[in-house]
Design a protein around this ligand. Structure first.
Ligand SMILES: [Zn+2]
Length: 372
């Protein structure tokens, strides 16, 4: 075990060395305590050593990498944070399943399948930042809902004249499910157009407020669901910026960090593509850190080589080929393809055989752990 550990650390150091990030020193390996200490040069900087008076008891909390290595030793599942992640695309709930709609029962069954299959909800912001905070051994998943259908978030009047969240709307179902299973996490992103989001204008402010206070996110889906492939530079900026302006007016705290491309369509020419990510309309500037396609497959995290933040794939909900149920069985049969968390949000743990797929320009190598 000691030899193996040394090999992993050697690999780690070699990679760090090649990457030009030479801030890591291995200062000791203590097999008895099962801890590996990796400290940075800045910790042993003499300037700070001589001026810092210890005022508290030394901390006994093990370093994150030691925690991860301990988990690996005692677990059958090994982390793979260069595995695939599903960003699932939903639209509305309806009486029958169709290419875009899901019945209430099917949507509840999807959540159940994900939960039992070891998937845990993360926000789009976490996906964008790469700070994926799910427990060791679990797989993150992002839920997305396009078009602001009324079945996504509806208020209904109960018998006492009070307005309550419809328990059969997406938000009602998600709230109920995550109350029963708090360890599932709570997150979803709604890609909205300006027209009549969620269908009840008098409750719109209240709904946006509820979403933001309860861990949900709002994303851009263009002001009027414009087909960006048919617009010029000013048309694209108007479609995206005007939508941001409308929602900022409604809810100043609202931030649209990502875009679901209407119809999954990009502008036709390369000179127009940058306006999908950044642009301005009147006094508003917007930035989409990520743009989603309609898609048919899972994605890799942003620090995988070749990741294109302007064209990120989604998995469509549904039971057909290359839809959610299909991909769940693919991951069941090929668990090595799946993103498996190391349980520490700020660290990235990857199997050695995938290390050449890591985009070194996008990660802090001090917080990357390469394992066998
Ligand atoms: Zn749409």
């Amino acid at each position: 075990m000691k030899n193996k550990m040394a090999i992993y650390l050697m690999l780690f150091m070699i990679l760090v060395g090649f990457s030009g990030c030479t801030q890591v020193n291995v200062t000791g390996i203590n097999d008895e305590a099962s801890t590996v200490e990796i400290t940075t040069e800045s910790v042993t900087d003499p300037a700070t050593e001589t001026t810092t008076e210890p005022t508290t008891e030394p901390t006994t909390e093990p370093a994150p990498e030691a925690v991860i290595l301990d988990q690996i030793k005692t677990s059958k599942i090994k982390p793979n944070e260069l595995g695939e992640i599903m960003i699932i695309m939903y639209h509305n709930l309806a009486n029958e399943n169709s290419s875009y709609a899901r019945t209430i029962e099917s949507f509840k069954a999807d959540l159940e399948m994900l939960y039992k299959g070891g998937y845990r909800l993360i926000s789009m912001a976490s996906f964008i930042n790469g700070s994926i905070d799910v427990p060791y051994g679990y797989t993150p998943v992002v839920l997305t809902f396009d078009d602001g259908h009324s079945s996504n978030f509806k208020y209904i009047e109960n018998g006492d004249g009070d307005w309550i969240i419809d328990p059969d709307s997406v938000i009602g179902i998600l709230e109920d499910f995550t109350n029963k299973h708090p360890d599932f996490g709570k997150a979803a992103v709604f890609y909205l157009n300006a027209g009549n989001p969620f269908g009840q204008p008098k409750f719109l402010s209240e709904k946006l407020d509820f979403l933001l206070k309860n861990g949900y996110e709002i994303g851009n889906h263009a002001f009027d669901h414009e087909d960006l492939s048919k617009l010029d530079a000013s048309g694209i900026q108007a479609a995206l910026g005007r939508n941001v302006k409308k929602f900022m007016t409604l809810e100043p705290a609202l931030e649209m960090r990502s875009l679901a491309l209407p119809y999954g369509k990009m502008p036709q020419t390369n000179d127009l593509k940058p306006y999908v990510s950044k642009g301005s309309y009147e006094e508003i500037t917007y930035e989409n850190e990520l743009s989603l396609l309609v898609g048919w497959r899972p994605t890799l995290p942003f620090y995988a080589k070749g990741f294109d933040h302007t064209a990120v794939h989604r998995v469509q909900s549904g039971d057909g080929d290359m839809q959610l149920a299909w991909w769940l069985s693919v991951f069941e049969e090929n668990p090595e393809r799946r993103f498996i968390s190391d349980g520490v949000a700020e660290w990235i743990t990857i199997p050695e055989q995938l290390s050449d797929k890591l985009d070194l320009s996008k990660v802090n190598m001090e917080k990357v752990l390469i394992i066998e």
